[in-house]
Design a protein around this ligand. Structure first.
Ligand SMILES: NC(=O)c1ccc[n+]([C@@H]2O[C@H](COP(=O)([O-])OP(=O)(O)OC[C@H]3O[C@@H](n4cnc5c(N)ncnc54)[C@H](OP(=O)(O)O)[C@@H]3O)[C@@H](O)[C@H]2O)c1
Length: 299
């Protein structure tokens, strides 16, 4: 049987690595061949390189995991943030449109500024507070304009995994090094394991008839402080941390950053749950899985 090619861009990022890791158990490998490319093999901002890759491997599906994700740096590096987060998706969309390929893309809760107190639906107007969010929103629009019937965009939040640098791994390092920690308690959202997002992306490949914008996170409405306490509890239970340290709640104003973070960014994922027949994952169970994986890697 001839397999359809799935081009995975940004393959060296934490989501890209997770998709490669989970691909064998995705149920797709019999019908689709995954073709991962990192930034050194394919720069999505180069129209020439993207066209050449499309001509060579003829993808039926493109999963775009490439992005400019340095939220604070983006505030003083707007040109590059827009180049990768708007121009890149525009180039990919253009090539997908020409070759009838489907694009699966990832966006962010940062397209909202956080002035909400209940889960944010797809109907809510976007209002990014910073350059990163604005560049990601521009990328969404570029895709939806060119591929209204051949793209899925998942807005997600607070991504973490056993790969690369992320909040969970930073917390584990600080918890091992320090005697106490202060963590922001007045921003609420939903941590999302990259494995949960990969599961939704695999569903999107398997259901080519479903297109459009979706919200997808793990099921949670917690603060960064709550998340840190759970990380420590889980790591102690798994034997990854040996002792418990005090984790003190602090205010956003106590920890100033160049980019403004949304104070509330829980996403309403009900449309995705129905259209992809995929219930949201429990955030605590997903955290325990990643902690156990880190423990196994440590041994
Ligand atoms: N991390 C989060 O908390 C979070 C939250 C919400 C949404 N998201 C979205 O989720 C997606 C995946 O995020 P992630 O955490 O996996 O990001 P990540 O780990 O930062 O990975 C992004 C990858 O894109 C690559 N890249 C950057 N510019 C590129 C270019 N011009 N051409 C090709 N590749 C390029 C990066 O390479 P270099 O390292 O060499 O630059 C990196 O390998 C992104 O769309 C992000 O916006 C992330």
């Amino acid at each position: 049987m001839v397999k359809h090619v799935v081009l995975l861009t940004g393959a060296d990022g934490q989501l890209g690595k997770t998709i490669q890791d989970l691909w064998p158990e995705s149920g797709l490998a019999q019908r689709y061949e995954l073709h991962p490319v990192g930034r050194p093999q394919l720069d999505i901002t180069s129209a020439g390189e993207v066209a050449e890759t499309f001509a060579k491997i003829k993808p039926a599906v493109v999963i775009n995991c490439s992005a400019y994700t340095a939220v604070d740096k983006a505030e003083s590096d707007s040109e590059n943030a827009f180049l990768v987060n708007q121009k890149g998706p525009e180039i990919l969309s253009n090539c997908c449109a020409k070759s009838s390929a489907k694009l699966i893309h990832v966006s962010t809760d940062f397209v909202f500024s956080g002035a909400f107190d209940k889960p944010i639906t797809l109907a809510q107007a976007t209002n990014p507070a910073g350059v990163y969010g604005a560049s990601k929103r521009a990328g969404e629009l570029a895709i939806l304009t060119q591929l209204p019937d051949a793209a899925v965009i998942f807005r997600t939040s607070w991504l973490y995994s056993s790969f690369n640098a992320n909040f969970v791994k930073t917390m584990l390092r600080l918890m091992a090094e320090r005697d106490s920690l202060g963590v922001v308690a007045d921003q609420r959202g939903s941590p999302t394991s990259t494995a949960s997002l990969a599961a939704a992306i695999f569903k999107a490949i398997d259901k080519p008839e479903v297109n459009g914008l979706y919200h997808w996170s793990d099921a949670a409405d917690i603060s960064w402080h709550d998340f840190s306490v759970a990380i420590q509890d889980s790591a102690i239970s798994a034997g990854l941390l040996k002792r418990s340290i005090p984790i003190n709640p602090i205010k956003t104003s106590d920890y100033p950053t160049p980019a403004v973070r949304p104070s509330y960014s829980v996403l309403d994922c009900s449309d995705a749950e129905v259209d992809f027949a995929l219930p949201q994952f429990d955030w605590r169970a997903q955290l325990d899985r990643v902690i156990q994986k880190l423990k196994d890697l440590n041994e």
